[in-house]
Write a protein that binds this ligand. Structure first.
Ligand code: BES
Ligand code: MN
Ligand code: ZN
Length: 487
């Protein structure tokens, strides 16, 4: 799975590689590549002049060696119009280039970065697209993709090794998240998630088991675990490289959500292995932090369990108590995510955090509202949400803010308990958020519902079918910006 990345200040013309990638701008021909065009007897220029490729975003065209150049082949990749360029478009172009090359015996590729300085975009973004796009989940296949890319060399004279390191760590984090999500629930159990946490370096891990969780009074979280014989694991990971209050990241980690007694329809139920995508993203972030050694204090909380029906499962109408003593009436055992998150938020407060961010595949209504394109954001702190919006713009992981009007509180009022866990179908994306807001209280808190964006049924420019790893790069960027001096 590993692709080695190199940064070299060398000329494209004489660089030995299988494929040299040349990003091109729409309607600008080979202006930036006159020397290469000349050495290739005008081939790139004539291909563009013929209209075979015009430089439109995500167009690709492969050329074979011609004239006096060392690279075996040249891949022209469209970036679109100069005036419409963005980091995300560059990333997508990188992903598209990768797709064009992945079946083409191109083990060793080089990227020309001479276009990028003037565009004020780092070649590291193109690299990120290449790397993210190269992901495949092949654990269960006999025939693996043997023609995969092994080396990528960025040809650049700029000092961009930090950006390259960051892009590599971010993509490795997203790969980890995708692997965890794509692995089915018979293997990706709460215990397996705990093992994945324990394999991280430079962190301390505490795993709270069922007995200890009972002692701590995590009645809401445990109500989800009751129907399963698979041991629940409440996973706490601490990364501490600075003093001061931590940011707590909470990832919903239901390793399989059958709905419990409020059983889901069987059609499509196999996808509910991805109900731990929030936890997977958080684990990915922790891996990247430890790899980059960032000066931060971050605590990750993954309340992991299955949600199954069984003789001892929770039933609609049951009332349970959270770690903070709030009583919750279970209306639907399928609204299990917020039960686990209620105790995770309550537990997180013990760290006196400066902020709590939860990330969760929380509601079907999230994908009804936003499709698979965006993350729904809700929270009680405008400044915190602004920072996440900024990270969203940087990473291309789209977030969209939803309201938490006080009126939604009425939807989740119980007749017999402090709260009920479902307010019914109407407004279920925001009433789920409101439920968590009640748990967060005064602590600055943001909720990210990734139910739509965490999974894709079609290949995307830099994400193949399956788990997308959404949220990983978003949260990482958010944390990295935090570590910068305040502007
Ligand atoms: N894990 C699901 C939400 C989900 C649905 C994620 C589809 C991804 C794709 C969650 O636990 C759930 O079942 N939510 C219910 C809540 C309802 C019972 C209030 C929902 O959205 O239907
Ligand atoms: Mn559910
Ligand atoms: Zn769920």
């Amino acid at each position: 799975m590993t692709i080695k990345v190199f940064l070299k200040d060398k000329s494209e013309l004489s660089f030995p590689c299988d494929v040299l990638v040349l990003p091109v701008l729409e309607a600008e021909g080979v202006k930036a590549y006159r020397d290469i065009d000349k050495a290739m007897k005008g081939l790139p220029g004539s291909v563009i002049a013929s209209g075979e490729i015009t430089g439109k975003h995500k167009e690709v065209c492969l050329l074979h060696r011609e004239g006096r150049i060392t690279p075996r082949r040249i891949l022209l990749v469209g970036l679109g119009k100069r005036s419409e360029l963005s980091r995300e478009k560059v990333r997508q172009a990188g992903g598209t280039a990768l797709s064009a090359l992945r079946n083409g015996r191109a083990g060793d590729i080089a990227l020309s970065s001479r276009l990028f300085p003037a565009l004020k975009i780092s070649p590291a973004d193109f690299l990120e697209g290449l790397l993210l796009g190269s992901y495949r989940f092949e654990k269960y296949r006999k025939e693996n993709d043997r023609k995969r890319i092994r080396r990528i060399t960025i040809l650049s004279s700029q000092k961009i090794s930090r950006e390259v390191k960051r892009a590599e760590a971010a993509t490795r984090a997203a790969w980890l998240a995708r692997d965890l999500v794509n692995t089915p629930s018979n293997e990706m159990t709460p215990s397996a998630l705990a093992a994945a946490a324990r394999s991280l370096k430079n962190v301390t891990v505490r795993v709270i088991n069922r007995k200890e969780a009972e002692k701590l009074g995590m009645g809401a979280y445990l109500s989800v675990a009751k129907g399963s014989t698979e041991p629940p694991k409440f996973i706490v990971i601490t990364y501490k490289k600075t003093k001061g209050a931590p940011v707590v990241l909470i990832g919903k980690s239901i390793t399989f959500d059958s709905g419990g007694i409020s059983l889901k329809p069987s059609e499509g139920m196999e996808k509910m292995k991805y109900d731990m995508a929030g936890g997977a993203a958080v684990l990915g972030v922790m891996q990247a932090l430890s790899e980059l050694g960032l000066p931060l204090h971050i605590v990750a909380v993954l309340p992991a369990t299955e949600n199954l029906p069984g003789g001892s499962a929770s039933k609609p109408g049951d009332v349970v108590k959270t770690i903070e003593g709030k009583s919750i009436e279970i209306i639907s055992t399928d609204a299990e995510g917020r039960m686990a998150l209620a105790d995770a938020i309550g537990y997180a407060k013990r760290f006196k955090p400066s902020a709590i961010i939860d990330i969760a595949t929380l509601t079907g209504a999230c994908s009804i509202a936003l499709g698979n394109e965006a993350v729904a954001m809700m929270g009680n702190d405008a400044a915190l949400m602004k920072k996440l919006e900024r990270a969203s713009e940087e990473t291309g992981e789209k977030v969209w803010t939803m309201p938490l009007f006080d009126e939604y509180g009425e939807y989740i009022k119980s007749d017999i308990a402090d709260l009920k866990n479902s307010g019914g179908r109407s407004g279920s994306l925001v009433t789920a958020g409101y439920f968590l807001k009640e748990c967060a209280g005064r602590v600055p808190w943001v909720h990210l519902d990734i139910a739509g964006a965490a999974w894709t049924d079609k290949d995307r420019p830099y994400a193949p079918k399956g788990g997308t790893g959404i949220g990983t790069r978003l949260l990482l960027s958010f944390l990295m910006n935090r570590d910068l001096p305040r502007a």
